[in-house]
Design a binder for this molecule. Structure first.
Ligand code: IPD
Ligand code: CA
Ligand code: CA
Length: 270
């Protein structure tokens, strides 16, 4: 087992504990598919419950930290320099449809910098985690981004803007981006969890990932995990401002710049 700090241990314990109930909830979703109302309300409840459980566990271990959470929003802690950034279920649409591609994402931010990140897929029991300066891991195995240097051999992931997210113009821009990447690469995937997409880039499964319109809790843990696995991450403009802009391009170091140029070129050429 790699050496891990007390902080990441606290995060792992919280994620594992919250995942027990979450897994049980997921098991029930399938039965709800056939009901007229569908499982949407049930999933909202699972989301809120998971977030509450994570908040309680993390508060007990680090009472002074603040929170930035998808459901409850921002909560200042006694220590205004430290906070948890949490997405209780990333991949909610998959969860609602009984598709096992979702994860708990937790990041620790200290003095404006992510120092630890964890993405836990409770169904496959894959735990992706990293601490600043200490490398990235999948369970107890060190992970690295892929070494592919040719776009033509590379597999990319993205997130498609959906109803209520983005204007018609945004959707058109996205179609141009997809067209630019799909026509020169080995393939494109849309798995439905930005956190797991980033974890898969870190593990070398995807060679790169991009998306716009994201929130800090979608990407906070994943950014650190990709970087600690040797990857590069920026927003669409090439800056380290993913939280502010909501856009992200993450890839291995051979491809990140090329992928970004391809996407931004497609956006401006239409
Ligand atoms: C969503 C997922 C999805 C991405 C969306 C996110 P949620 O998060 O990460 O892959 O395309 O932009 O909002 O709503 O499932 O927590
Ligand atoms: Ca999310
Ligand atoms: Ca979510």
């Amino acid at each position: 087992m790699p050496r891990q700090s007390a902080l990441i241990t606290v995060m792992m314990n919280a994620a594992r504990k919250a995942s027990i109930r979450l897994k049980r909830d997921y098991g029930e979703v399938d039965q709800l598919q056939v009901s007229k109302k569908g499982p949407a309300d049930f999933v909202t409840a699972a989301d809120i419950r998971t977030e509450k459980l994570l908040r309680e566990e993390l508060s007990r271990a680090r009472p002074s930290f603040g929170f930035l959470m998808e459901e409850a929003g921002e909560q200042l802690g006694a220590d205004t320099h430290r906070r948890w950034i949490i997405d209780p279920i990333d991949g909610t649409t998959n969860f609602v449809h009984g598709i096992a591609q979702f994860a708990i994402s937790i990041a620790a931010e200290e003095n404006g910098e992510i120092t630890a990140g964890l993405i836990f897929d409770p169904i496959s029991e894959e735990l992706f985690w990293a601490e600043k300066g200490r490398g990235a891991y999948l369970n107890d195995r060190r992970i690295r981004v892929s070494s592919r240097a040719k776009i033509s051999q590379s597999l990319f992931a993205t997130g498609i803007p959906f109803m209520g997210r983005g204007t018609e113009e945004d959707h058109d821009k996205f179609l141009s981006e997809m067209k630019a990447v799909m026509s020169v690469s080995a393939g494109l995937r849309r798995f439905g969890s930005a956190a797991l997409d980033l974890a898969y880039v870190a593990a070398g499964r995807f060679d790169g990932f991009w998306e716009s319109g994201l929130q800090p809790w979608d990407v906070a843990a994943g950014i650190l995990i990709v970087r600690e696995a040797g990857g590069l991450v920026s927003d669409l403009s090439g800056r380290d401002r993913m939280f502010e802009s909501g856009s992200i391009v993450a890839a291995n170091p051979h491809l990140q710049q090329d992928l970004r140029t391809l996407i931004t070129g497609a956006r401006t050429s239409d």
